[in-house]
Structures are given as C-alpha cells and as structure tokens.
Design a protein around this ligand. Structure first.
Ligand SMILES: Nc1ncnc2c1ncn2[C@@H]1O[C@H](COP(=O)(O)OP(=O)(O)OP(=O)(O)O)[C@@H](O)[C@H]1O
Ligand code: SF4
Ligand SMILES: [Mg+2]
Length: 368
C-alpha cells in the first residue's frame, strides 16, 4: 500500500484522513417471479477524500447511493471493488478485531433519532454501550462519569442518563445519538441525514452542535443530506452523487456559484426562493422522469436520459471525471474543458476511466 505513489503523497502531505479509491458496492439481487439474478450498482467507482477536520457534504436524490457509500466506508458493507484508506491504512473489508478497532475512529450518526435508540435502555446504557463493548471503561463510576461528560458535550444534563429515550424530544434524542457516536473518541463521523427527521426549528441547533463539536474535537464529517441549504451551511466541500457515482466535487461556494455539471444545476435550481416574484418557478430546471434503475444504468453518462443538454456523445462515451477549475471536479462531456495548468490531467480507465494506466504519471488526487 505504501508503495502506491498516490497514497504515499497524501500521507506525506497529511491532507486526507479518509480516501475512497474507486469504491464500488454492488448488491446481487433476484428479481420478479423468475428469480433472475441481477446486480444493483448502488455505488460505482467513487473517488472522494475527506481531510482531517473537514466537512464534505454528500448530496443526491433518493436512491443515488449516499447511505450505501457511508456504510461501506464504515465497513458495514464489503466493497465489490476499490479501496478505503483511513489515516494511510488500507481498511477495505476489515473483519473481527481489526474492524472493531477501526470503529473507534469512525462512527455514524443516524437519520432517525426515534428508531436508532433502543426504547428499553436507559440513556446511560445507550451512551455507554460502545465503551463497554470495546472494553474502554468497565468500572461503573468511570462509565457514569464518561457518559455525563459526553452528554454535557452534547448539551444534555447529567440527569438525562437515568431516563429512557421516550422522555426526550427528537432534537434531544439526536443529541443522545451524537453523544453515543462520540463515546470512543472518533476522528470521523458519517452523519446520514441527521436533521431531516427533526422540526425545522431544531435542525439548526443540531447543525450548530455538530459544528461546535467539530471545532472542539477536530472531527471530520461526511454529511449526507437532501437539503442543499443545510449542506452549504455546514460543508467545506460538496460532492454531488447521481445513480451511484460522484459527478461533481468542489468547495461549497464553487458548487453554488459556478456548478459544472447539469445535474448539480438542476438540484440548485430546485432550491425554493422566498420571494414569489423572483420568477423562480419559471427558471427551475425540471428533470425528465425518475432516477433510472441502478440495476441497468444508462450507457455512457448515466445522466444522459434526463439531461436537458445531452448530445449523442453522452450515451456513447463515459465522461471523464476531470478538474474543470482549481479543485473543482466534474464528469461531463459538455462542461467547460479541464484545466491543465499546475495539474496533471487525469486519464481514467474504462469503467469510469479512473484507473490510471501504468505509464501515466500519478495524478493529483481527483477529489482532494
Ligand atoms: N442491501 C441492499 N440490497 C439491494 N439493494 C440495495 C441495498 N441497499 C441499498 N440498495 C439499493 O441501492 C440503491 C442506493 O440506495 P441508498 O439507500 O444508498 O440510497 P440513498 O441515496 O441513501 O437514498 P435515500 O436518500 O432515499 O436515503 C437503491 O437503489 C437501493 O434500493
Ligand atoms: S455528459 Fe452529457 S448527459 Fe452527461 S451531464 Fe454532461 S451533457 Fe449531460
Ligand atoms: Mg439514505
């Protein structure tokens, strides 16, 4: 692993805490009455990095593969292809004790604060569960102290430890879920729609809490959400996902001010504008049809069946995921051409063209 020049350079720069390198997760399924074997291409050839202390927002419509990507990074799904590198170590497909060790560093905050907390356990047991499972604290007094400390970090009183989840509101339950995720002192959290089940008034409080914790604990987040406004608020960079693939990655402002992919433009145009006289409805880009099936994605660019500007080439050739501007990556044949100055153009292999040929020099990481 260390001989890989790409990984080596990133370790040396100390930039990427987490790297997804061509990460692919396919699910074999049997369909219909015939029981024919098929494959759901839930995540396909994703290259994405998250730096220490950074928030990367992950956006895409329902079924685009966001949760599957998050789960596979955390080792809940074994990738079909590609690698996950955490802190310079290849952690792809770990099992047993090595996976358990990884979990100390990587945790998940779930979407549903009602379903994710066991209603029959007191909050103390819920928050302490990772500590006990990992053998970090066994003495009752130590466990209690740590639980109270974690609750306080998440804005909850010590007495909350003695109560059951039903005694709390959605926002408070989400704070308890975050306290549990922090129990082992992770460096990276996947937050999967952590605010979407909450009242609007509470959403901002939870987002602010995540930001405060990030500042205090130097956490890195992969923040999954449908809500582009929330994502913009919290993210340093944003990755746009479509039908299992990341189609655009850039700094948050670049995504909003100068999107390079037609799908991103459509998502941005769908954000409601408060002033009804603004003409927002007329300007909105309405996509044709629904997300195609990940069992049989369209050939060429996967977005070609819905893209308002698609041309013949779009269904014939897979677009290269390339740097369109400094730090701004997108996969689109018709988007402005790639930058060449200071960057080695990245020639990718056949699937999405991302596998470097052995002759080509190591590229800058596509998504760092
Ligand atoms: N265990 C599984 N077996 C088969 N297919 C699956 C499995 N998990 C997810 N999928 C399929 O993979 C695709 C991506 O699902 P995923 O849940 O990752 O999407 P998502 O972007 O998180 O959607 P949402 O925004 O609705 O949460 C979907 O077509 C889904 O049906
Ligand atoms: S490659 Fe073609 S179909 Fe795909 S996003 Fe670009 S213009 Fe649209
Ligand atoms: Mg999901």
């Amino acid at each position: 692993m260390r001989s890989d020049p790409l990984v080596g350079s990133l370790e040396a720069s100390g930039q990427a805490l987490l790297q997804m390198q061509g990460l692919t997760v396919h699910f074999p399924v049997r369909s219909g009455m015939s029981g024919r074997k098929q494959v759901v291409q839930a995540v396909d050839d994703v290259w994405l990095d998250v730096r220490a202390g950074e928030t990367v927002g992950l956006v895409g419509e329902s079924g685009s593969g966001k949760t599957t990507l998050g789960y596979s990074v955390l080792g809940h799904y074994r990738p079909t292809a590609g690698r996950v590198i955490f802190d310079g170590e290849d952690v792809t497909g770990l099992e047993g004790k090595r996976l358990q060790r990884l979990r100390r560093n990587m945790q998940m905050v779930f979407q549903d604060p009602y379903g994710s907390l066991n209603p029959r356990m007191r909050v103390e047991e819920i928050v302490a569960e990772p500590l006990v499972c990992h053998g970090v604290a066994t003495d009752r007094g130590d466990v209690r102290r740590r639980v109270e400390e974690l609750l306080a970090m998440c804005g909850m009183p010590a007495e909350a430890a003695d109560r059951f989840p039903h005694a709390f509101s959605g926002g408070q339950r989400q704070r308890i879920g975050i306290a549990r995720a922090l129990a082992l002192g992770p460096r990276f959290l996947v937050a999967d729609e952590p605010t979407s089940a909450l009242d609007v008034s509470v959403q901002a409080q939870v987002v602010n809490l995540l930001q405060d914790l990030q500042r205090d604990l130097a956490l890195a987040y992969l923040f999954i959400s449908h809500d582009l406004s929330v994502v913009r608020h919290i993210s340093d960079r944003i990755a746009i996902m479509y039908l299992g693939q990341v189609v655009e990655v850039a700094a948050s402002d670049s995504i909003f001010d100068n999107p390079r992919h037609p799908y991103t433009e459509a998502l941005l145009s769908a954000i409601p504008v408060p002033d009804p006289r603004s003409g927002w409805h007329e300007q909105r880009i309405r996509l044709r049809g629904d997300l195609p099936s990940p069992i049989n994605p369209p050939p060429g660019c996967r977005f070609n069946t819905r893209c308002p500007i698609a041309e013949d080439i779009c269904s014939e050739r897979v677009p290269v995921f390339e740097q369109k501007a400094d730090g701004h990556w997108a996969a689109c044949h018709l988007s402005t051409s790639a930058v060449t100055s200071n960057h080695t153009p990245v020639e990718f292999g056949p699937a999405r063209g991302r596998n470097r040929s052995s002759e080509s020099p190591p590229p800058d990481n596509p998504t760092t």
